[in-house]
Design a protein around this ligand. Sequence first.
Ligand SMILES: Nc1ncnc2c1ncn2[C@@H]1O[C@H](COP(=O)(O)OP(=O)(O)OP(=O)(O)O)[C@@H](O)[C@H]1O
Length: 807
Amino acid sequence: MSARHEKEKGVNVQVLLRCRPFSDDELRNNAPQVFGPSAEQKDLYEQAVVPIVNEVLEGFNCTIFAYGQTGTGKTYTMEGECKRSKSGPNGELPPGAGVIPRAVKQIFDTLEGQNAEYSVKVTFLELYNEEITDLLAPDEISKVALEDKQKKQLPLMEDGKGGVLVEEATPEGEELIKCGKLNLVDLAGSENISRSGAREGRAREAGEINKSLLTLGRVINALVEHLGHVPYRDSKLTRLLRDSLGGRTKTCIIATVSPAVHCLEETLSTLDYAHRAKNIKISQSDILYGNSLHMSLHYILVNQKMMKSTLIKDLYGEIERLKAENALAHQACVLQSDLEKALQDNASLFQKIGREDKLNADNRALVTNFQMELSQQVGSLQNMVASSMSKQDEHLQCVKKLCHSFLDIHDKAVKDMKKKLTTSRALYISHIEAVQNVVRLHKASSIAGLEEISSLASSNAQSIEDYLDLEAGQAASIFDDLQSTLSAHQGEMALFARDLRQNDAAQADEIQLKSITDFQKAYEEQSKSDAEKLVADISNLVSNHIQRQKELVDARLVDLRETAIGNKANLDVRASSMEGITTDAKRKWQEFSMQAENDAKDCADYSAVKHCRMELLLQQCLTTSESAFKHWKRTCESVNDMGRKHVSSLMSLTRNASDSIEQHDVEIGSARVAAEQDVARNGDDFLEHIDNVSEQEQGSVSGILQAVNAHADTLEKFREDHSGQSSAIEGKALETFQQQYMDCEPTGTTPVRCEPDIPSKGMIESLRAMPMETLLEEFRENNSYESFEVKELKPSLIPRSPLVQLN
Ligand SMILES: Nc1ncnc2c1ncn2[C@@H]1O[C@H](COP(=O)(O)OP(=O)(O)OP(=O)(O)O)[C@@H](O)[C@H]1O
């Protein structure tokens, strides 16, 4: 049931608010940003407050106040959170410090930096329930607890220059001149009483606060709408802040809002308040402001000093001049009354006045009609102007759009060009890197090839050396073998020769002895001479035989046999010749011959054995020599083989190196060609792109020109229409006015005008005193440090009003 009831009631339209980030255009134009939740105290101070404090230091009066709903950060903004935080090194304020500590620091830093003589006065006031309390008064604080303390109320005083001062809080020492004033105000919460939930005493308090804020709102409205009456006096706050809302005081309102949706109404109200306050024009004639004031800081900077006595002297001079002015004014009044008396005596003058009144009434009616007609014409003219303006606006919008599109195209083109340039650069860099890589590769492979060649050559040389060493060792051993074999052979030959010599000698001796014995025995009887001759022949034969056996075993053997045969035959011949005589000798010779033949056979056998042995040795020598020869042959072949291999590997290495160099050459060539092609293609692209962009730009520019021409035509038309219409209106109005306007016919009775010697209004006005500020400026000009004693003083024209107590 209740749900249905709720449904019947309907729902409100849901409204959401979303704030987008800055657009490119806004970023480009440096559009200012309001201070969001993440804004820091320093940001706000540097952007908004620093220029104001600088102006205060220049001598201006400035006011900064925080306005907004309770809990939105007014106190945080003005005071900040620096009590609990520690200040940084070099006296830097903590990040949470608000406007007041930062402003004080800036003021003191600047004054110290200028090395000027200065004096700073601080007032700390609380405005609560329309009562002002000096929070810096020492008695109040020391006496009682904070809740029970009897706050001493301070009265407000007017200074006679339109400004308002707090008694006792006014700075003494008027001899100090150049001063600036900075009011820093933390207002009470701006929510209304019903929503604040305050009851009884609290409600009264809230009411007073509300009254102050309402009055502040009314004052702002009156100032914005330039109403004659500005209700500054309706609350103490507005009276106190009067200087800040107008006059020469520069004012900054920091509006604080909450991001929460439930505070939306208060947020809107605060924004509306701030918006209205933004429209206040600060001029010298407007002044004032104020509300529940919590805090105010005044400071006075002394750049120059002026003695009171000089000022008083100057004021006396002003009083004298004003007295003279009064005397003149009095004289003018007397003369005016005399003239009025003379006019009263002149009846014709009254008649003329009557006629003039009637004529003036007729003329007023005429002027009224004329005004109505004129207002109609002006209305139509305004309509025409409005339509023309709207057309102009359209044209301007069109031009603006075209300009934007032109800018967009231009930006896009620039971006594209940049992108293309970046790509080209990257491409060039990659090509150059590729070429560098190829060169590096080439260099590395060349170095590796050369290193390989040198290592191969050195390894080959080493292996040849090793091989030759090995072969030399083997050859030496073979030669040693051969030498030993030959020496063995030589030894054996010597042994054989000795044995042979010994055997031959023994056999010869034995045969000789036997023969001699036999011959001696056989031929003792037959012939001593034949036997001796035969023995001698045998001895010679044996000697020859031995000699020949020494030279050649075979030959000796053959010779021996032949000799033996010859000897036998000789012996046979001799024996047959002596057969008869030496039968025993023949038999013995036969035995001897047989024995000799056997010995010869033994000797031949021995020689054959030795010969075989020698042949064997020679065969061994031959075999060793052959093996040595074969080994050398093999060595030569392997050395040749190795050399051939070495040469072929070196050749293949060189071929590889030259192939790789050629390949690298080809790669570099192709990389260069690719780079050239890319460069050419990019250049063409770039040129084409620039042509496109310039075409687009030309299109945009011609569009703008067309729009401008259209605008010029419209303006020309408007000018023609306007001049035609204006001249028509003027002509008609003049004609009507001439037709209708009634002249006063002269009667001739008007007395001749006499010129009394009365000072003109302009003259009297010129004698009027200037405002105090102007006088002070004039005084400062006349009394600057440089020309203090020399300059002639300009006259001052108005006295100062004394201070008057108001409450
Ligand atoms: N910009 C900010 N950053 C961080 N904290 C903040 C900020 N503004 C306000 N606060 C915090 O919000 C709380 C209320 O702030 P503050 O007391 O300054 O509000 P106020 O407007 O002065 O309220 P009132 O009108 O009651 O005096 C405090 O705790 C304060 O620290």
